[in-house]
Write a new protein. Structure first.
Length: 258
């Protein structure tokens, strides 16, 4: 078969344009493609909700790829293992209550599961702003990460969403945009992003779930972004809380969508 480079180019442009046009108005826009964001996308898409996820980096999976200090193994506790089992991610018991999993298998399977469930994932895209109407976030403002990195003056585009999830991890990017540009009080003790504390896995794993909730009308936080927003601890390379947080935020939003 003779190949035509122009047809290859047209195929990519046409199919990508189809995906992007279909993602301009959605039920849920998730910002950040780490484990919590991917699990949330998976569960929402499984329930036939229209979900789009934006990740600023080339790779999807957040900090999970690197395991602990580039040893590509992760740890989950008993509760988190249930999520791995549901997605057929292999795990091995280390000792009572502790299970290990290959971080490459875990991250790639989370990504694949979300896409196969129906979520649209766009990498190399950053969310630089939100749209607010009558005190509620109704969408996000997107641009190419390369534009941001090069500090080019290129205007962004908009995506309308009934709900937005900040799954940007330590950076809490969406929450900080609301704080800085909207001048709004978040649903925290101070009305602002409090910031994460030092590493304490036991407490952090519990508070990750407690802090997974709405922080401003139309916006939820999940994963490490939840702890950073509400001022709790970081947890290091144990990922059970992250997985369960993504599951929880999906359930909370599904209730709202009903």
């Amino acid at each position: 078969m003779k190949l035509d480079e122009t047809i290859i180019t047209k195929a990519i442009v046409d199919r990508y344009t189809e995906k992007l046009k279909d993602a301009i108005s959605v039920d849920v826009a998730i910002v950040g493609g780490g484990p919590a964001g991917l699990v949330a996308a998976y569960h929402l898409a499984r329930k036939k909700k229209k979900v789009v996820l934006f990740e600023r980096k080339l790779s999807i999976g957040g900090g999970m790829w690197g395991g602990g200090m580039m040893f590509n193994e992760i740890v989950v506790q008993e509760e988190g293992k249930r999520v791995l089992d549901e997605l057929s991610i292999s795990s091995r018991k280390y000792q009572k209550g502790y299970y290990t999993a290959d971080s490459v298998e875990a991250a790639s399977t989370l990504c694949s599961s979300a896409v196969k469930a129906g979520a649209r994932i766009f990498n190399l895209m950053s969310v630089e702003d939100v749209m607010v109407r009558e005190g509620k976030v109704i969408g996000v403002v997107i641009n190419w990460t390369a534009v941001e990195m090069a500090q080019l003056h290129v205007d962004p585009l908009c995506v309308q969403a009934k709900y937005v999830v900040d799954a940007t991890g330590h950076a809490t990017e969406v929450a900080k945009v609301i704080e800085r540009k909207v001048g709004a009080h978040l649903f925290t003790e101070t009305g602002r992003v409090i910031g994460e504390k030092s590493l304490w896995a036991e407490v952090s794993e519990e508070t990750t779930l407690e802090n997974t909730k709405e922080i401003y009308p139309g916006v939820f936080v999940t994963g490490m972004a939840a702890n950073a927003t509400f001022g709790s601890y970081r947890m290091g390379p144990i990922f059970g809380g992250m997985l369960l947080s993504g599951e929880k935020v999906a359930k909370l939003i599904l209730k709202q969508l009903k």
